[in-house]
Design a protein around this ligand. Sequence first.
Ligand SMILES: N[C@@H](CCC(=O)N[C@@H](CS)C(=O)NCC(=O)O)C(=O)O
Length: 289
Amino acid sequence: MTESNDDYTPPKVWKWDNQEGGRFSNINRPIAGSTHDKELPVGEHPLQLYSLGTPNGQKVTILLEELLANGEKGAEYDAYLVNILEGEQFGSGFVEANPNSKIPVLVDRSGPKPVRIFESGAILVYLAEKFGQFLPSEPAARAECLSWLFWQMGSAPYLGGGFGHFYAYAPTKMEYCIDRFTMEVKRQLDVLNRNLSERKYLCGDDYNIADMATYSWYGQLCMGRFYDDPREFLDTDSYTEVMRWTKDIESRPAVRRGLRVNKVFGPEEEQVAERHDASDIDKSFVAAP
Ligand SMILES: N[C@@H](CCC(=O)N[C@@H](CS)C(=O)NCC(=O)O)C(=O)O
């Protein structure tokens, strides 16, 4: 990699020199498939989650905790930690469950044959349909929910892979890249803000999987939880409806529980590296004085 962009002309054929730098340089690779043999562990619950407490992982644990809070015993789950910085997503068992080598992955072992689901949006739809909750069945309401869910799935890579990468992780600060993705992220926040100025939740009066997915990214962004806290830079407080909605969602006990699962960064007392029982999360809440 050259330090300055001014003297770079792309070669005829790109070659992997494994030197691009940045926080994820030791796991980035241009080929798919596994790098080593490793089976996935299997716990005792019907649902097995292999994940990490990033927004893509948290949206799933929020839904699981919401389902459990509503009394769905079949939503009991084991949440195993996948350390992506150590390359655990390239183990053979993980790749069998997700050929794309990214967290989160869910394996449903409640039926005669295990069912694997990868892509966080697909996991949310699968669970919502399995339990008949948080995804409306009436066609127009369902279409609105899926529209916002897919909006999040399509938009977040601009926030994470674009803005977050160039603002916080890239080895040098490049104005062109930061400007381009800041513009897009602020536009996305404005899309949300306008929608939420007319509705309590993204799709109307009811909270659903589109809110869980979008809160995990944009709500937590507005709380300064990642990318070196860019709240001032993005002027997130000015998106008042997004802030109102974020605080409403954060007031839900199941959300606060889901946020802690597979978390291995942030305040130590909020970290629950693995969840195999409700008590694993209970222990992480400091008792009120
Ligand atoms: N579209 C995927 C994205 C998942 C994703 O990007 N996961 C990241 C962590 S948030 C990951 O596993 N990265 C590991 C890698 O890129 O090797 C989803 O929503 O499930």
